[in-house]
Design a protein around this ligand. Structure first.
Ligand SMILES: C[S@@+](CC[C@H](N)C(=O)[O-])C[C@H]1O[C@@H](n2cnc3c(N)ncnc32)[C@H](O)[C@@H]1O
Length: 235
């Protein structure tokens, strides 16, 4: 079946049509794509042009949420713009003047913070997905399976606040991510995860659920919540 989102498939399919075709001795005309294939290809390229056009006409912002697309294999579900802004504002206030912020598996908060760049704070992004290495030295590769496998220059308790959104709703993942969070933070923690993780979040990090409800770009089946261990603006 043809899909408009896969030109490779369209081309492979149409090439096989052409190559599979028996050429008559006097058949020296150029092979033609079927009208159906051609229409699918044209539709794909038109949509691609429109997407590219939008990027350039709106001035492509490398920090906009979604500029790196969600990869569901990596459990990536980006926050809505409004939620990312709320969380970014919260961590800036919590970090204080000249504060240091670590975004652990929470890349859209990092992106939102960078949109406010020039303000009085510094920020690092700890992420498993190496596509975020486009952000240069602020990117730190991070795998929650190796919670303390961090660069030497990332000193213990060197961040005023750590915000984290672990990839999986399991106690193992939360416990390991909690190890990283406790290593990095000077005290303040903002955790975003499923409502079902409330008990484990209290157990491993001493955090309490907030009234604020985080929203995602796409509706998720699981209810998500934020948890903190300090007096935050999320209640
Ligand atoms: C539930 S998403 C949280 C994203 C957040 N909602 C946002 O918008 O920034 C989980 C994050 O964990 C990252 N991740 C996936 N596998 C990981 C791993 N093994 N170790 C650490 N982080 C991982 C994903 O790339 C993703 O950014």
């Amino acid at each position: 079946m043809l899909t408009k989102s896969s030109p490779d498939l369209i081309l492979k399919w149409s090439c096989s049509q052409i190559h599979g075709r028996k050429m008559d001795d006097d058949d020296d005309d150029i092979p033609q794509l079927s009208s159906h294939t051609l229409a699918a290809l044209q539709e794909f390229y038109l949509e691609q042009q429109q997407r590219e056009g939008m990027k350039t006409s709106q001035g492509f912002n490398q920090y906009s949420i979604g500029s790196i697309e969600e990869d569901w294999q990596l459990s990536q579900f980006w926050y809505s713009d409004e939620t990312a802004s709320c969380l970014a504002n919260e961590v800036v206030v919590a970090a204080g003047k000249g504060g240091r912020i670590a975004c652990v598996s929470a890349p859209s908060v990092y992106q939102k913070l960078k949109e406010h760049d020039g303000k009085d704070f510094s920020v690092c992004i700890l992420e498993y997905d190496r596509r975020f290495s486009v952000y240069g030295e602020e990117f730190i590769f991070y795998d929650y399976n190796h919670p303390l496998n961090l660069p030497e220059n990332l000193l213990p308790h060197s961040f005023d606040i750590v915000i984290a959104d672990p990839p999986y709703l399991s106690e193992e993942c939360l416990q390991k991510t909690a190890e990283t969070i406790k290593y990095l933070t000077r005290g303040k923690i903002l955790l975003c995860t499923g409502a079902v993780m409330e008990e484990q979040a209290a157990k491993h990090l001493g955090v309490k659920i907030c009234k604020f409800i985080p929203k995602h770009l796409r509706n998720l089946a699981n209810e998500f919540r934020c948890y903190v261990n300090y007096a935050s603006g999320l209640d």
